[in-house]
Design a protein around this ligand. Structure first.
Ligand SMILES: [Zn+2]
Length: 333
């Protein structure tokens, strides 16, 4: 069993700052709490109080998955609700009556991992509390684990907890736009080379309901039918769609309630309600975040990074702390 959470120097400093600055008056110093005005939805101090060690984390999974009151679970062997107790020296709970073990980590991303459960929880906390994502390198420093472990944890959390399970088509007013991803060529020796480079860039197609959900897909090219096919697959025909005047959007005409077009090519950006500012804002966040957190992203992994940003956008609308949502997902609820 691990001791208390090990904190890096940066986190220690952060911790102290939160204690003395975010906390209330002097007599509250031993009991700091988050001001309602704070942008944070779940502070590090709150996390530390709730999950001071591995046992507390395991108890959370146990309650979420098997025993809401912490003691009583359906015993598959006794075939009725029974009282359980925590098994000493093992990560399981034992039926008081028949001695059967239940392992709360079984079937979750934590199963078979040699990394402590508290470090997993802390990784999810960090990923959920950064606005623009965190790199595996940063995670390595914060957790005090090796780079490979940090990278593996990051990948598990991203691909298994941050993918959008929602496949209900987007509706209402839906803005659609595409952007390319991939750095600039350092030295293009010829026009042909520069053009080849542009073609090699990945295209991300973004679709967003105004005031609602976003969906983003990596598509092979901004030319050709793939683009309009994705739109048709993700947007309800009853929607009003907004795009720019890029030729690949033309096939969408007549397939939706209406198709409003902004003529970016002639320098128009907003004409009344006709604009694509919402989706461009999403792309802005995506690019800023990815540039900072993930220096190099191969086209192969691009979709999972894009998913993470779409998840952040959509999860924020739920009004529940992002960490709680990751945890619920991890517990399979
Ligand atoms: Zn039993």
């Amino acid at each position: 069993m691990q001791g208390p959470l090990w904190l890096s120097d940066e986190r220690h400093a952060l911790c102290r700052r939160s204690m003395y600055n975010i906390g209330m008056a002097a007599n509250d110093r031993n009991d700091p709490f988050r001001r309602p005005s704070s942008e944070s939805d779940y502070s590090l101090i709150e996390f530390m109080r709730e999950y001071p060690d591995d046992a507390a984390c395991l108890d959370r999974l146990w309650r979420d998955r098997f025993a809401p009151d912490g003691h009583t679970a359906d015993c598959p062997k006794c075939e009725r609700p029974r009282r359980f107790h925590r098994t000493k020296t093992r990560t399981s709970y034992t039926c008081d009556t028949c001695g059967l073990h239940i392992h709360p980590m079984k079937g979750t991303i934590f199963e078979k991992s040699t990394t402590s459960l508290q470090l997993w929880f802390y990784a999810m906390y960090l990923i959920a509390s950064t606005r623009c994502g965190i790199s595996a390198k940063q995670l390595e420093r914060e957790l005090g684990v090796g780079y490979k472990t940090a990278h593996r944890m990051m990948k598990k959390i991203r691909t298994e907890l941050m993918t959008d399970a929602d496949d209900e088509p987007l509706s209402g007013d839906v803005e659609i736009d595409e952007t390319s991803w991939g750095g600039k060529p350092r030295h293009a020796h010829s026009r042909a080379e520069a053009a080849a480079f542009r073609e090699a860039k990945s295209t991300v197609l973004g679709m967003v309901e105004r005031g609602g959900r976003v969906r983003a897909r990596v598509i092979p090219s901004r030319r050709g039918p793939a683009l309009s096919r994705e739109v048709v697959a993700n947007v309800n025909p009853s929607a009003m769609i907004f795009t720019d005047d890029w030729v690949a959007y033309k096939p969408l005409r007549g397939q939706f309630l209406d198709h409003r077009i902004i003529n970016h090519s002639t320098g128009e950006y907003v004409v009344g309600a006709v604009h694509t500012n919402t989706i461009e804002g999403f792309f802005g966040n995506l690019k800023t975040g990815m540039r900072g957190a993930y220096k190099k992203v191969s086209p192969h992994y691009l979709q999972s990074y894009v998913n993470e940003y779409a998840w952040r956008h959509n999860a924020r609308r739920e009004g529940k702390a992002l960490f709680a949502q990751l945890l619920a997902r991890a517990a399979g609820s």
